[in-house]
Design a protein around this ligand. Sequence first.
Ligand code: MGD
Ligand code: MGD
Ligand code: SF4
Ligand code: MO
Length: 713
Amino acid sequence: MENSKWIPTVCYQCKAECAIIARVEDGVLKEIRGNPHARGKACVKSMSGISLEYSPDRLMHPLKRVGGRGEGRFEPISWEEAMEIMTDKLQALRDSGEAHKMTASFFPHSITDPKWRFLNAYGGFLNTALPHCDSAKIVSWIKTTGGVPNHHIPPAWFTVPKGGIMILSGRHAFGGLEDAAIPRDILDAKERGAKLIVIDPMFTPDAAKADWWLPIRPGGDTALFAGMIHYIIANELYDKDFVANWIREGDFDKLTQWAADKTPEQMSPICDIPASDIRKLADECAKAPSVGVDSFKGIMLGNAMDFSHAWCIFLAITGNIDNPGGQPLPDLVPLSPVEPVPTPPDLHELGWHRTGPDRDKFEKFSFIMEPTWYEAQAIRNGDLKILMVAEANPALTEMGDFGWQQAVQEKDADGNYKLDLLVSFELFMSETAKYADLVLPDRSFFERWELLYMPWWYNYGHGVALRQPVVDAPGECRHANDVFIELGKRIVPEYFQFKDLIEYYDIELSGLDLSVEKLQEAGGHWAPGTMGFRKYEQRGGFDTPSQKVHLYWEDLEEAPWDQALPRVAPPAEYVAHAEAFPFYLVSYRTIYHAGSGQWTFNNPQLRDKVSGFHSNPLLMNPAAAGELGISEGDNVTVQSPSGDVEVAVALTERIRPDCVGLAHGFGSTVGAVATAAGGVSDNRLIADAGTTLDYQDLIGGEAHVSTRVRIVT
Ligand SMILES: Nc1nc2c(c(=O)[nH]1)N[C@H]1C(S)=C(S)[C@@H](COP(=O)(O)OP(=O)(O)OC[C@H]3O[C@@H](n4cnc5c(=O)[nH]c(N)nc54)[C@H](O)[C@@H]3O)O[C@H]1N2
Ligand SMILES: Nc1nc2c(c(=O)[nH]1)N[C@H]1C(S)=C(S)[C@@H](COP(=O)(O)OP(=O)(O)OC[C@H]3O[C@@H](n4cnc5c(=O)[nH]c(N)nc54)[C@H](O)[C@@H]3O)O[C@H]1N2
Ligand code: SF4
Ligand SMILES: [Mo]
């Protein structure tokens, strides 16, 4: 195998972005593995990346819509024509003083992504998929410690000491991967004598490996943590040094008052965990050398802010902030700025921050960036004119996906689409691309340069990683970053003086005495080695205004309800629909698929009936099914207050009897493999985000996972 070589790069078959090595033989991709030099692991999606790379469904040429939106009729056009269409529309909107009515939805591989730069320079704004998951978590940590553990910052599981406790609460870490190395790290920690505790209404693969599974009632997590906080305070089991030295004066007293009536007995009926178990878990956590908690979908519950707040409090009073096995706080190593640095528009000043009726309330926003679910509402309001989507598939991922699909087709009195331009950068014709005016063929992650600068990424020790081309791109594929740089050069050239993407990255890396070439020579990743622990001790405090940990959030005293300390009531949607819709809908991920897109759902290996994940039947507990006379394989209609789907039932003991489970991401109507296999979209059942806009920002979570349903036979 003379012409065979292994090239280090970064996987992107899901948003975890793990360190991998790819073997290329005579210019052809042959094999993918985890990068051993970066503690990397490759999961099943990654290893089937060859099927993605060489899929016959790959987009090769720019396409322009010829039919109505959604009809899926396109004709090939040149890149120059596509660039001119985009440039003209963007220029016209900007000239009319409405640049802020342009938005881009993309997955930022870097906080200095050139697509983001374009948005800031142009005056549009970023609307990302990220706030779907965990803005509440990010905002909670900022409010508590001033630091920003992100999206993908679970505890550093490889640092958990013997006897440490690892809690997954609404977190399917073995399937909804934050990094393919995490299952190994958790299991290694168990080998060292740490304990794994899984709190989940489903018996997940994680639960199967756990020392203890607590089948919580959906939406009960805040109550469970509140009960533990009560017990720990009442029994003086908190970390006295940490509380005395590092918690803002007065906060612990307020917390003690708040916790007084949150006894395990009071909390037990809300979360459906016996009071004795709440006490036992609290006791174990208080006495353990470390406790790490991870959650994702738990954070998307209707009361996400309350839960993430309760969880921050729990970790603070047990002394589990920035300690081995606890919640790490990232140490940001800044990249060099590419001058001149564009200033993003002040959307609030423009009157366009949030489309909901209570814009002023959103000063206390719980979302870092504009969540995608404002898209549909903003189109209807006439507040969104140009939407550019890259690496996202809102037509299937939006709450109430049908609402999004209708909104992009809505026309004004003159018969013009309210959304003037919809562009989709994709690898395949996707559900979203089907509605687009322009469909632009992107380069896959095997074909492009990309600097990953998410300083907290699990694998990279708060550093940078390099994605590099390992094979040539087919047809006329162009990297979305190059297209945005070209748009920048045409529309806002003062901010795009650099030659190309490589020069841009070189400037950014220069302050670290790195360049793309040096990074490549160094094996594709670099870390400052400063992760460290208890950094607040050396620095004399946290980055909060008081330099101490804030448990009480006075800025939320005057939200429509007092949220200065967590509310323990279940999400409003659960309560409102409890009678007519007796089941909780649990949507969950599997290791085989990423989000909703063609990248995995159109991959024959990952859709294989035997070795892959083919379809998404409705999971039901046999006891609940029996009461309704439902047997394995029966077709049923699942109805929610806002929609319905027809689906076959799969019986399993692995789910609470009051829940039904539907794997997320299915329901595509395009793609040879994706359509041949079955599946329904869970988002058909979930209320259109427009209906909950007025309070969604404040509770800090969406209703993706707090929908109630009934089953009709
Ligand atoms: N393979 C794969 N990996 C991924 C992704 C992917 O699509 N595929 N997506 C990435 C992204 S964007 C994200 S946000 C993460 C998501 O990662 P996770 O949030 O871990 O993923 P999910 O499987 O959607 O949900 C986790 C669990 O929450 C449980 N759950 C539901 N309601 C409740 C509740 O009220 N309380 C508790 N305690 N548990 C509850 C579900 O049963 C499920 O097992 O995964 C990331 N990694
Ligand atoms: N009901 C329900 N809805 C959910 C969730 C849930 O659990 N339940 N999860 C929510 C969460 S946490 C999130 S983060 C969002 C995610 O939602 P989205 O951000 O919309 O992400 P995906 O569905 O993963 O779609 C990614 C798209 O990018 C394409 N793609 C892959 N690689 C490339 C590439 O290199 N270039 C380009 N241009 N395109 C590429 C894929 O083919 C796919 O169509 O969904 C949310 N929606
Ligand atoms: S979790 Fe798997 S698919 Fe996702 S980036 Fe890591 S190796 Fe790739
Ligand atoms: Mo997410």
